[in-house]
Design a protein around this ligand. Sequence first.
Ligand code: MV4
Length: 453
Amino acid sequence: MFKKILIANRGEIAGRVIRTCKALGIQTVAVYSEADKDALHVKAADEAYLLGPAKVSESYLNIDKIIEIANTSGAEGIHPGYGLLSENAEFARRCEEEGLVFIGPSPEVISKMGSKIEARKLMELAGVPVVPGITSPLADVEEAVETAKRIGYPVMLKASAGGGGIGMQIVRSEDETRKAFESNQKRAVSFFGNGEMFIEKYVENPRHIEIQILADGEGNTVYLWERECSIQRRHQKVVEEAPSPFLDEETRRRMGEAAVKAAKSIGYKNAGTIEFLVDENKNFYFLEVNTRLQVEHPVTEEITGIDLVAEQLQIAWGDTLSFKQSEIKRNGHAIEVRIYAEDPKTFFPSPGKITKFVLPAGPGIRHELGVSEQSVVTPFYDPMIAKLVVKGKDRNEAIEILKDALSRYVVEGIKTNIPMLQKVVGHDSFVSGDTTTNFVEKYLQDNKKTVTK
Ligand code: MV4
């Protein structure tokens, strides 16, 4: 096993990785920006090195500096966490070149899955169900119009390099297609430096259900059930749970097997997630592959009892998976809510000093924290400050634990989305399992539309 690794991240996920390293006897190297000199991950690690100014381009995205610190500190590998450099193929390649183990999939896999069109094409070839649509980029607006007509409205126009809903739009007519094509292509160019666009049939009222997979270097690939992440606001997930209240055992198994097929077909190694859209009739369609550990990984850990970070480290070190598919259990129900430093009414970030931070404790309550009392939340990074994860013997018990925990969760000095989370979790539609992707729009009087502009 590794003796020492560097964690190229900050916030709760850096703390999460350090915790497992401690349990496995691995020394940890933190990196931080000037804005994070007092951050929790700096204190938690065995060593910590300054990267540079607050701006991510000069700190957490500074590949050269991170690699230099890894080499001089004697780290053998780098865990990228999520976001930041985690899905940057160039970073993974640079690590390899420098003899550092990138704790994640290969640069080739990251790069292929970063292109939504390429991913669609590969999955279609592998026999994984994809939404009806095309597998090569649209040449121009005329081809977009022809393709949309052939597929049948409504369709979804998407940027191949897309993420976070950018460069994506539902279109319901030829007129809309003409208007949407150029504007979304422009946005894709400015955000991703890549204007490749494609079209898919629009799946109405879908759920977002993703499958966690683990794959070692010998081709052993398993699925660790699903996470339902349908409750989102503007492509920002808010509540995630496992298992999905929507799936039956048959669909669950079919989705798990499709995810394993998807992963094997591209030679996936390490932890990954295969995202699917699931329609009202439980038809599922491949959406994308997330080539990283995800924010919501703890709900899978809670129901399986498997430490996903430990698995990532073992796989990256070259170990064989220590369990077979049939040995992966599923127990109880877990729900995660993301605590954001934001105004619950305007949804604007709410930076500032946390003057009081009192966390609920009790059976079934787990915290992943990026801050503590007296921490200063700066405007430079993602406003997620913590995750609250609960586990019950069933969904109803998990909801009760979550409601109680949220009612006892005290954060003062900054605003948080806790009131909004309480509305979601207390809503009859949530309790009954009606968790589709339009939940927030439909039930929470959030008049800002999610996809259409
Ligand atoms: C879709 C879709 C409906 N039909 N594709 C949103 C994020 C991006 N990765 C893909 N997304 C969607 N793609 C087709 N063909 C609906 C969405 C979508 C969505 C998906 C998951 C979670 C929340 C969502 C909110 C709005 C739209």
